[in-house]
Design a protein around this ligand. Sequence first.
Ligand code: SAM
Length: 240
Amino acid sequence: MAELVQLGRLWNLINWTTLKYLDLVHPRLKQEERYRRFMKVRTFFNPELAIGQHESSAPIKVGRLQFEYLRKQGLKPQNNLLDYGCGALRLGRYVIPFLEPGLYYGLDISESIVAYSQRLVAKSDLAPSTPSLCHIKGSGIPFDKRFDYIIAQSVFTHTDPDTTLVIMRAAAEHMHDSSQFLATFWIRNEFGESRGVDYYYPAERIMDMAEKSGLRPEIKDDYEHPSQKMVIFSRQGPAR
Ligand SMILES: C[S@@+](CC[C@H](N)C(=O)[O-])C[C@H]1O[C@@H](n2cnc3c(N)ncnc32)[C@H](O)[C@@H]1O
């Protein structure tokens, strides 16, 4: 079945029908709950496609792109990393074996994609690296530690401004003075939203949300994603 739903039209129909159902039956869900339900259906049909593209067959391998970019920003095997919205471990496949055991942390709003990723780890050679994977209910960080690196690839492209701000603040609380928080956005001149699952932010709005979260943003031009811009946030002041 997974192969069948890769056929573009069928996949589009699954997405369209799911969102239509949510609009009609659950019109007032918060972003986290709406996206969680959206992911549940997508993961049922095709977990690898549920997070965007298949890492194995996509022309641009977004997992590898993230990994190489993190390396460029100085990621070392001794650093700990939080993969916020880790999905089906597109990045995890590269970074988990690179990091020393126990230093990869992944979380996601979708329990179905986390369950899929846990099974993926258990049956692969990623298991000895003991990654921590967890499902979150709201938008927070349940790990009681500060991270050297936090990455949120293709997460703020799906979160509304309230949720984005909550995540930025949570990230700031889990950073130290030299941490880097890498997050991608669809940057447009005007704020935009599509079907309650896709969000487009102007650069000024990102600056404003960063300011409110105690973060200093730098919009980068060297991330080779076809549609998303990378923003690297650092802490504005000393960690409390
Ligand atoms: C497009 S996928 C990208 C996944 C992964 N970062 C990657 O590059 O493959 C977006 C992921 O963000 C998760 N997500 C969406 N809203 C979230 C939220 N509010 N908190 C945490 N994760 C969220 C989704 O469940 C999904 O797994």
